[in-house]
Design a protein around this ligand. Structure first.
Ligand SMILES: Nc1nc2c(ncn2[C@@H]2O[C@H](COP(=O)(O)OP(=O)(O)OP(=O)(O)O)[C@@H](O)[C@H]2O)c(=O)[nH]1
Ligand SMILES: [Zn+2]
Length: 340
């Protein structure tokens, strides 16, 4: 039987399925990265972390992903623990969702404080985070480069209410110990555009060049992060660095949206129609709030964009809806040809 204390170092929390530990013969390990039909898993024994390559048993009904807790017997994953949270994105091949990582507690929404950050990007990352079941934390990096931090905080205020915000700099060290305390013993991942400062944060938190090892350099000497990695933090907990979700494709459900756009959800209770799309003004409380300045037009536009993208993703997953959409589109082009 695997010792619980060993697993805490790898991010085991009281919310994980305790009965999973009762397996007598198997070793409990955490998936670091999956390559096709095998995976690298990490297990802990005392202060040692051991990484090994294992195969998948053909009896598995869940394909393991980074962050999964698994039972390993004779070099083979024989069971996957129930997931507490899961991050997904639309399958690049088309019509299904692809789970990228499991059992993440905290998602750092990483954006540079300079130049002035995009509010829409923060909202979209927030939607993904809430929807996965994890808690988002806004991290404003590169504070040292910013001449007026108050201005930046004021700028992000409309999208960061209800969102813990930590201001950091790897140059002067501010915010790093706060962030350290926040991620301790948890499983954390980062979302953010290229150059936002994710690798730098990981290195600063880890205390070494944790992220340098898996990074490869391309022909121009720029680094490209190529694999999905799990970094155990020296004090317990892990950072899961997932390049695949760095280039963000929105995958979410209504829950993530209503948590992120709580103001719009609240207003929409007062719309005349319960399925109001807030695009026409008749009886729409959201449009009324925009009209009298209680809600910014940018905020509503961002909500609409997220909704449109999701309904596109849903149609892609639902061939019948896609066919219907195509038929309507054909009719519309026929009509416009006729009118020409
Ligand atoms: N001045 C300053 N520069 C920073 C800070 N954090 C990161 N940088 C710089 O910003 C650049 C990008 O940082 P990275 O950590 O590589 O960004 P990333 O988000 O990991 O980028 P990708 O790997 O492309 O996704 C690097 O040149 C860093 O040195 C900071 O707090 N202050
Ligand atoms: Zn409405």
């Amino acid at each position: 039987m695997t010792e619980r204390t060993d697993l805490v170092m790898l991010g085991w929390t009281p919310d994980d399925e305790e009965s999973f530990l009762e397996q007598t013969e198997a070793q409990i390990a955490r998936v670091v990265i999956v390559h096709g039909g095998h995976a690298e898993v990490m297990s802990a024994s005392g202060t040692e972390n051991v990484t090994e390559t294992v195969l998948f048993s053909s009896t598995l009904d869940t394909t393991p992903v980074a962050g999964d807790w698994v039972a390993v017997l004779q070099g083979t994953i024989v069971e996957v623990a129930p997931r507490r949270t899961s991050m997904a994105r639309p399958d690049p091949g088309g019509n299904r969702t692809q789970v990228l990582a499991a059992n993440i507690d905290l998602i750092l929404v990483v954006v540079a404080a300079d130049p002035i950050p995009s509010l829409n990007a923060i909202e979209r990352m927030q939607v993904m985070a809430w929807d996965s079941g994890a808690t988002p934390v806004l991290v404003l990096t590169k504070a040292d480069q910013c001449s007026d931090l108050d201005e930046v905080l004021e700028h992000v205020a409309p999208v960061s209410s209800g969102l813990e915000t930590i201001v950091t700099s790897i140059t002067d060290g501010r915010g790093l110990s706060l962030l350290h305390d926040r991620v301790e013993n948890l499983t954390t991942t980062m979302l953010g555009a290229s150059g936002a400062g994710k690798t730098s944060l990981l290195n600063a938190l880890h205390g070494t060049d944790a992220a340098t090892a898996p990074v490869r350099r391309d022909g121009q000497g720029r680094h490209t992060t190529t694999t999905r990695r799990l970094f155990p933090m020296p004090w317990g907990g892990v950072m899961l660095d997932i390049p695949g979700i760095r280039s963000l494709a929105l995958q979410a459900g209504q829950e993530g949206i209503s948590d992120t756009f709580a103001d719009i959800s609240e207003l929409s209770y007062h719309c005349r129609f319960s399925d109001c799309l807030h695009e026409r003004t008749a009886g729409c409380a959201v449009a009324a709030a925009v009209a009298d300045g209680r809600l910014s037009a940018r905020r509503l536009d961002s909500w609409l964009a997220v909704q449109r993208e999701l309904s596109f993703q849903e149609r892609r997953r639902d061939p019948a809806a896609m066919a219907e959409q195509r038929k309507r589109w054909k009719q519309a082009t026929k009509m416009s040809r006729k009118s020409r």
